[in-house]
Design a protein around this ligand. Sequence first.
Ligand code: PMP
Length: 421
Amino acid sequence: MTTTARAPLGAPARARFDVERVRADFPLLQQRVADGRPLVYLDNAATTQKPRQVIDAISRFYSEDNANIHRGVYDLCERATRLYEGSRIRTARFVNAGDDREIVFVRGTTEGVNLVAQSFCKPRLAAGDEVLVSAMEHHSNIVPWQLICGEKGARLRVIPMNERGELVLDGLDALLGPRTRMVAVGHVSNALGTINPVKEIVARAHAKGIPVLVDGAQALPHLRVDVRDLGCDFYAASGHKVFGPTGIGFLYGTLEHLEAMPPYQGGGDMIRSVSFAGTTYAPPPARFEAGTPNIAGAVGMAAALEYVAALDWEAVVAHEADLLAHATQALAAVPGLRIIGTAAEKVGVVSFVLEGAHAHDVGTIVDQDGVAVRTGHHCAQPVMEFFGIPATARASFAFYNTHAEVDALASAVARVREVLG
Ligand code: PMP
């Protein structure tokens, strides 16, 4: 993890994060629900809201710049192509990739992981080989590996975690064995909020020549991600988790790997030449972007990254840490409430169970107060199994959330047992 301030060196003492000014950029947050109460949106780990700048960029693209990319000679096509490829450059810069050809646009994290599993890992996998994931992975970073392991007779192995929801790395060197072909690990857990020491995991895997994919879906909105500093081979993320649109994300892969990988899907735009005798493929990233891509999505995601990059990042980090500390304290004070996931290094995610109440009841009752939290297994059933619970309620914060919203959450949760009697 690398966190960097955006203010120039020697700038005067930093002002507090101006959350109200930032909230004004997000039209959806202005609405009222539940008897006229303000919406308290605390489901940011599922998807984030979009600032006006992103909505406008997408609207502007369709109003002024829409054309299919890469294959036309007319001005509009060239403009659309420039915007799409400019979005790639913006994305590369955001994660500090060394070359914009290392950014492949995909539908989201899920597609990025599947691409690496199918195109990079599967050809290297033989019966008896192993793929290593962690105990706190999202299903998107488990099932793609199970699919290829099942096909090849390989085995999925798991880095364990402790009761706080932290990875236990004592046995990592033993797990990184001679048959390990790939490590796939989440940067931040969506169910627990844990920030994993991915840089260390990459270093220890690389010491044995084992490549690493990082699932960055939950990291991008909270951490400054530097893929070269992490040293990972692949990094997958989703636009919609970082204030951009759905249906777009990116896979970072080192040029060396991408150039050696076969296509993932066949179709238009990924070829160099096609004949019935045989086809040759375009170099990356086009090789992995078959068909008309989500052009407006890429433009919207780039606008979101632009928006995030312009924030005073130190102030964002301090504000989110403050929200997390306040929520942890306020919720822990509710009788019968147990927080699931108490790692020392966390982002603003608080998963919890309430004695005598099913998580879905918690979610339904707090919704009556206008508070939106997610309930369920959060696509991390092995995490639920580890803690011996079927589900949690989860409040997840973004930089636009406020202290008052945390208070609204805590008082709504405190009311649940009253309502249930
Ligand atoms: N990994 C993690 C840690 C996630 O939180 C999510 C989304 N909940 C995903 C992967 C999948 O992301 P997407 O659905 O955008 O592909």
